[in-house]
Write a protein that binds this ligand. Structure first.
Ligand code: FPP
Length: 261
């Protein structure tokens, strides 16, 4: 997509418009991954139950997904539920699962209208049946779309993904000497996808929290104090503009942030 696609979406004269006009569309990150954090704190600041933070976070997901698709990102991945999140109170887990189902039901039309392909990364087989059914419908209905790939990381853990990939590679019975970084990548949930160029984390925490451990090897990290329910298109654009100023070195000498390098 392009600047025009984005300008029809952001309000004229807004901060988003001014930021969008500064983006270099030839140097977009191919893959942006987001650790959505701070929902609980957002709710606490308003003396609301934690789940209200998650509920409010849905509006941020909607805004970021549509903005990313209009920008022309190849892949957007959001961290919705980690393997560790099962330790949360059962009511919070069940509200999160319910929100996901609701989001998918309500957003399917928007995903279709924006040619977005929806995909789940994580151990889907361990999710409740009703959630799995909804995820299957979303993935099936959008499977023919050719625009942005939208990954939701659900029941996801980076270490678990790597262990599972190693297991599958061994079970496939190839020669150990044929296994290298590229062939190993084919056993991960993100097989065939570009690695994240930019990792965004909200709410100021400086952690990667077991997210895409293999894939973020060379990602540029952008952390904002903004809590996830307050995160909007303008923050995504700020992150992308900051990314475009970085020099990516990959352990070598400086080179500008260019997709695919
Ligand atoms: C972290 O905030 C956020 C989560 C564990 C869940 C994120 C889920 C959503 C935004 C809603 C559903 C998502 C989709 C994709 C439809 P936290 O609870 O850890 O916040 P805290 O650190 O302030 O307590």
């Amino acid at each position: 997509m392009s600047l025009d696609q984005l300008l029809t979406w952001v309000p004229a004269g807004s901060q988003e418009e001014s930021l969008a006009r500064q983006v270099d569309f030839d140097r977009l990150p191919a893959h942006v991954a987001v650790i959505m954090d701070g929902n609980g704190r957002w709710a606490a600041q308003r003396h609301l139950p934690r789940v209200e933070g998650h509920r409010a976070g849905i509006a941020s997901v909607r805004d970021v997904v549509e903005t990313s698709a209009r920008l022309g990102l190849e892949v957007l991945t959001v961290y919705a539920f980690s393997v560790e999140n099962w330790k949360r109170p059962p009511t919070e887990v069940s509200v999160l699962m319910g929100l996901l189902k609701r989001y998918l039901r309500l957003e399917l039309e928007t995903l279709q209208a924006n040619d977005i392909r929806f995909n789940v990364i994580g151990a889907q087989n361990e999710l409740p049946d009703d959630v799995r059914r909804e995820l299957d419908v979303g993935q099936e209905r959008t499977s023919g779309n050719g625009g942005m790939l939208f990954n939701i990381a659900l029941n996801y853990g980076g270490r678990a993904e790597i262990v599972e990939a190693a297991r599958r590679a061994m079970e496939a019975g190839g020669r150990p000497s044929d296994l290298d970084e590229d062939t190993f990548g084919q056993w991960l949930y993100t097989a065939g996808q570009p690695d994240p160029d930019l990792l965004i984390r909200t709410s100021g925490e400086m952690r990667v929290s077991n997210f895409l451990l293999w894939q973020i090897a060379y990602a540029e990290i952008w952390v904002t104090e903004t809590l996830w329910p307050d995160f909007r298109a303008c923050h995504l654009l700020e992150a992308i503009l900051d990314y475009q100023k970085r020099e990516r070195r990959y352990g070598g000498i400086a080179q500008p942030a260019v997709v695919g390098h």
